[in-house]
Write a protein that binds this ligand. Structure first.
Ligand SMILES: Cc1cc2nc3c(=O)[nH]c(=O)nc-3n(C[C@H](O)[C@H](O)[C@H](O)COP(=O)(O)O)c2cc1C
Ligand code: SF4
Length: 680
């Protein structure tokens, strides 16, 4: 038994026992087929989390009424018996591992996916879009409301037949039921609008219909947004009041938060602490004495344990936490907390893929969300020496992967620390979660006896010769891009300067003193520039301005990061200049021009030039040449190959396996005397 024993207490819901307190909540994946069927990869993805010990898995939101109720680029369906066989297969596979399996059923309302509506107008409580700039819905007719209620009941019954242990009604997150519950979206004047009881009526009818279909012993969960975080939207008090009409017949309250325009409080942004929303679950639990689920950036087992022990919740959601670390439960139970791949809430591979990019979900921390660590089953059959140059996240992932499949690996890092940019970015207070990535990679590396790490050592072709490598992987990362703008290089080379790059900030925050009396100007409205703006504006600089050449900010950020940064700019009254170009850099001013060509100066105490990054390739040409004459393969990964995001470097770090397998085939053929260049 360890300090986290509360996590491993079973709990009985109605007549169903869940073996522990960890819930994988519904998370749309874009893995389903176009027609809404489940496929093998999809099952395997969930099965990994079941194998990893998760107590309760709630399958992502499934459509009850096609096409009006559908959302996401691809989505599972339960509006027809034809979907039962595939989902039966799914529940059977998960049950093998002792996991309780539920499914979230949903009607998307105004958030329906326009691509599948084929020109139909989405339906909602009223005619208010579910997000700024979203499609305008039309109010559902009374006949449609009754039809939807029936569809929920039939879908729940099908779920029961498909082997699910419970069903969850989605009444939050800007979907149809929440659009009826919320006074902000529901402007109806009939029996479905106005008073809390009227706004709750549709959800009440859905609960009753489902109960009639599934019988008294089949658990019904209700998920809702406890606080909207929108002016005029539902507060916690409003929710506690409306839940009085929804209490009966529901076994579990699954307490979530926020709506589309405040999604950073629902798929929580990085800087929100672990479990910050537990107070909402506690208020619900205290009032209704019902089994309650809490969610929101839970990662740390100590925080999960506390929420269970202090009565905030009976069950705790690890959503992205389980995308990143499918074996979270097993590792915590086995006291392997140092080996948790903790989600860093970057939202890049999961939420952004699902919501904004029409891609299947992936993960920055976990390069293979479907097969997880199955790659370790492959082990090289001939001795192979691998050198990795650069100990950032891509380099560490490559080095660990190569060592884990049996290569002898040496990693060279010229700095005194590992983790590269991820370690450096995590020095920004609002980005500190990112430190969990290098922390995990270093812990993993330290456990590998066939991986040697040489810090403070710049690798050169001469230095690595004695190792006789079969493969040299360059992961030398990137550095700030400083274009030939008038005055920029001159100002950057001054000893007593006021012009800086992001590296200057990350390497020495202490040099920026007396911030409340400083005027700060940042050139570049991408992710890097916005991190600098966030730091100085949250630290109450006298004034902060940001200049961006394009007509919009934050184009390189994920969907949620962008919404969060836009709200940060507004909250801190940052002076924003769009379609404005940097012309010249002075000692204490930037000369810029707006889109009409009007030139003006922006004076500063601290000026930052954040115009992106460029590959750090200083020594790579020498390696490429050396490889040709010294019988090894050379490849670049991560930013050294092309400046992109952490997720790309991590993926390419894992992909060294493909090169290793290629070398292994070549070597095996050499041993057998086969010339692989000779045509057969
Ligand atoms: C990719 C993705 C898809 C999601 N899809 C759903 C969904 O289908 N239904 C739902 O109720 N919540 C959905 N959510 C919200 C999660 O269930 C969860 O409440 C949220 O991610 C916060 O928990 P976490 O910090 O543990 O990830 C989704 C979140 C992500 C990241
Ligand atoms: S992509 Fe980022 S937010 Fe999503 S699960 Fe992975 S680490 Fe977490």
């Amino acid at each position: 038994m360890n300090n986290f024993s509360a996590i491993f207490e079973p709990i009985v819901i109605n007549r169903t026992t869940v073996k522990n307190r960890i819930v994988m909540p519904p998370m749309g994946s874009n893995y389903a087929t176009l027609n809404g069927e489940i496929v093998e990869d999809h099952i395997q993805y969930y099965e990994q989390r079941a194998k990893g010990g998760t107590g309760l898995i709630i399958l992502e939101n499934v459509c009850v009424d096609f096409p009006y109720g559908t959302n996401g680029t691809t989505q599972l369906r339960l509006d027809n018996d034809q979907y039962i066989p595939g989902l039966y297969n799914f529940t059977e596979r998960l049950h093998k591992h002792g996991t309780t399996v539920a499914v979230q059923i949903n009607h998307a309302g105004a958030s329906a996916f326009a691509g599948r509506l084929n020109g139909l107008q989405p339906i909602s409580s009223s005619n208010i879009p579910s997000k700024t700039g979203g499609n305008i819905p039309r109010p559902a007719t009374i006949d449609e409301i009754h039809h939807i209620v029936k569809q929920y009941g039939l879908a729940a019954k099908r779920a029961q037949r498909a082997g699910f242990d419970a069903v969850e009604i989605h009444a939050g997150h800007s979907y149809l039921l929440s659009q009826f519950l919320s006074p902000l979206f529901n402007k109806r004047t009939d029996e479905f609008g106005g008073t809390p009881e009227n706004r709750a009526r549709l959800t009440r009818m859905v609960i009753d219909e489902i109960r009639a279909q599934v019988g008294p012993f089949f658990p019904i969960f209700l998920r809702f947004s406890a606080v909207d975080f929108i002016e005029g939207g539902s507060t916690l008090e409003d929710t506690l009041e409306i839940l009085e009409f929804l209490d009966e017949g529901v076994d579990v309250f699954d307490v979530s938060a926020a709506q589309n325009d405040t999604i950073q409080y629902q798929i929580d942004e990085m800087n929100l602490p672990d479990g910050w929303r537990a107070y909402m679950a506690k208020a619900v639990r205290d009032k209704f004495k019902k089994i309650t689920i809490a969610s929101g950036n839970f990662r740390d087992p100590a925080v999960v344990t506390k929420a269970l022990e202090d009565g905030s919740a009976d069950l705790v959601v690890l959503g992205r936490g389980l995308i990143a670390e499918p074996y979270w439960v097993e590792k915590v139970q086995n006291n392997e907390v140092d080996m948790l791949r903790n989600c860093i809430s970057c939202n890049i591979g999961c939420a952004d893929h699902r919501i904004a990019r029409a891609k299947p979900i992936r993960c920055t921390i976990n390069p293979d969300v479907i097969s997880y660590e199955d790659y370790k089953r492959y082990q090289v059959s001939v001795p192979l020496n691998v050198v990795v140059v650069g100990g950032g996240s891509a380099g560490l992932e490559a080095a660990c992967t190569a060592a884990e499949v049996g290569c002898n690996v040496t990693l060279f890092e010229e700095k005194s620390f590992l983790g590269g940019l991820s370690t450096m970015i995590a020095r920004f207070p609002y980005k500190k979660r990112i430190a969990d990535l290098p922390k995990f990679l270093i812990n993993r590396a330290n456990k590998l006896k066939n991986l040697e790490i040489k810090l403070n050592t710049r690798a050169t072709p001469e230095i690595i010769e004695s190792i006789q490598p079969d493969l040299v992987v360059s992961a030398t990362g990137s550095k700030p891009l400083l274009p030939p703008i008038k005055g920029l290089h001159e100002q950057m080379s001054q000893t007593d300067r006021k012009v800086f790059s992001v590296f200057d900030v990350m390497n020495n925050f202490e040099q920026f003193t007396d911030i409340p009396n400083k005027k700060v100007v940042v050139i570049g409205g991408g992710a890097v520039g916005l991190d600098v703006v966030e730091y100085f504006s949250e630290n109450r600089a006298k004034s902060v301005s940001i200049v961006e050449m394009k007509p919009a900010m934050a184009e390189d950020l994920d969907h949620i990061g962008r919404i969060a940064m836009m709200s940060m700019l507004k909250r801190n009254k940052v002076d924003v200049h769009l379609t404005t170009t940097l012309l010249e850099v002075g000692a204490d001013y930037f000369l810029v021009a707006d889109k009409e060509g009007n030139e003006f100066k922006l004076d500063f105490d601290y000026g930052f030039v954040c115009l992106g990054m460029q590959a750090e390739n200083q020594f790579n040409a020498a390696f490429a040449e050396h490889a040709k004459t010294h019988n090894y393969l050379f490849e670049k990964i991560g930013d050294a190959k092309q400046v992109r995001k952490l997720i790309d470097g991590m993926r390419e770090g894992r992909d060294v396996i493909a090169t290793i397998q290629q070398i292994e085939r070549m070597k095996a053929n050499e041993i057998r005397g086969i010339d692989i260049n000779k045509p057969l």
